[in-house]
Design a protein around this ligand. Structure first.
Ligand code: SF4
Length: 352
């Protein structure tokens, strides 16, 4: 098949494709797929290498603590996925006899793990286990829309069954059933590098002979612009609680965010709410986006007495007791950009 021949000659050299053994290794495939969710390849490459050095197999990852994991994934964003990855590693390790990982063998079994959805399970299944299932991301959707000259928004849910049928047909009719992982990666890479949004390079495309948009010269019409989710404006108050210990050293409170929190569930950081704390000193504001939310965050510094046995005045904020950490440790503890921005404003205020 021309697509696979093109892929064999042109595929990017990526650390998780170093050799056939790496490529088909379920652990490496899983880690790379989780990291690539919502994160650019250039950012993922060094993080992936760092991750494998620290956690070379699923058992090392399962034994790790959150403190071990945090610095390794810092800077990648969307940190909930790594909490779920960690939980899934523990499930696999517990189900494994001795030192041999008992990997799930079907797409459904992968989907049963925390943080593994339809896309990730299909990617792992096809790449590491040769399960012939389509992997359809935004790049593949664009290629498919052009092949069939679909002039609709590519992310319309109604198009999903059609995409699936098209890819299943291509897989069956092209002799790629024995290499479904390569086929899926070839389609994604073709969308990234050849069938690009604004200037598709049809002259080098291995699918050109069957492409209706190319024949109709309608590449600029297929697909139509994506349907964008509406953004929601949110105002947050972030409270950085500080206290002096008996040695007069400054300590800062970090809270574990529970399942009821609107943003960054499960992460550790500063307390936030949509109410102003009247006792707190204003340190400044910043803007930040999380998925469809455009956040304006006002940072307030709350001075807390060390001697107070009651957590008050923090008691009205949360039932959780905070961890009080030395001021020097905070920078390394914060993994979300929201907390890091709040901390930079706080430091400026504390040092002024
Ligand atoms: S021929 Fe052009 S428009 Fe069609 S799939 Fe290839 S690059 Fe895209």
């Amino acid at each position: 098949m021309k697509l696979l021949a093109w892929y064999d000659q042109n595929k990017r050299s990526l650390p998780w494709r170093l050799d056939r053994a790496s490529l088909r290794d379920p652990y490496r495939t899983w880690i790379s797929e989780v990291m690539l969710q919502q994160t650019l390849i250039a950012v993922v490459i060094p993080a992936y290498q760092r991750f494998l050095e620290k956690f070379p197999d699923v058992f090392t990852l399962a034994r790790a603590t959150e403190d071990d994991l945090r610095p390794v994934v810092k800077g990648l964003g969307y940190y909930r996925r790594f909490g779920m990855l960690h939980r899934a590693a523990k499930i696999i390790a517990e189900a494994s006899p001795q030192d041999t990982p008992a990997w799930p063998q079907t797409q459904d079994a992968w989907r049963a793990l925390p943080g593994v959805g339809e896309y990730t399970s299909a990617a792992i299944g096809s790449i590491a286990f040769d399960i012939p299932v389509p992997v359809i991301d935004g790049n593949v959707e664009r290629v498919l829309c052009r092949l069939a000259d679909i002039r609709q928004a590519p992310n319309l849910p109604a198009l999903k069954p059609r995409y699936r049928k098209m890819v299943e047909g291509m897989l069956k009719n092209s002799g790629a059933m024995s290499r479904p992982g390569d086929f899926n990666q070839a389609m994604m890479e073709l969308g990234q590098r050849v069938c690009t949004p604004t200037s598709p390079n049809c002259g080098t495309c291995p699918l050109a002979s069957g492409c209706i948009s190319r024949k109709s010269k309608s590449q600029h019409l297929a697909p139509a612009p994506k349907i964008r989710p509406e953004y929601q404006d949110v105002r947050l108050r972030m409270i950085v609680a500080v206290r002096r210990n008996p040695k007069n050293e400054l300590e800062v409170a970090l809270f574990r965010r529970g399942a009821g929190q609107r943003f960054l569930k499960g992460s550790r950081g500063f307390w936030y709410s949509e109410l102003v704390d009247p006792c707190a000193e204003f340190a400044g504001s910043f803007r930040h986006s999380i998925t469809r939310h455009r956040i304006t965050a006002d940072v307030q510094i709350l001075q807390v007495s060390f001697c107070s046995k009651k957590i008050s005045p923090l008691a009205h904020m949360t039932k959780e007791n905070p961890d009080w950490l030395p001021v020097e440790a905070i920078e390394n503890e914060l993994i979300s950009s929201l907390d890091q921005k709040a901390w930079r404003l706080t430091l400026r205020q504390l040092l002024s």
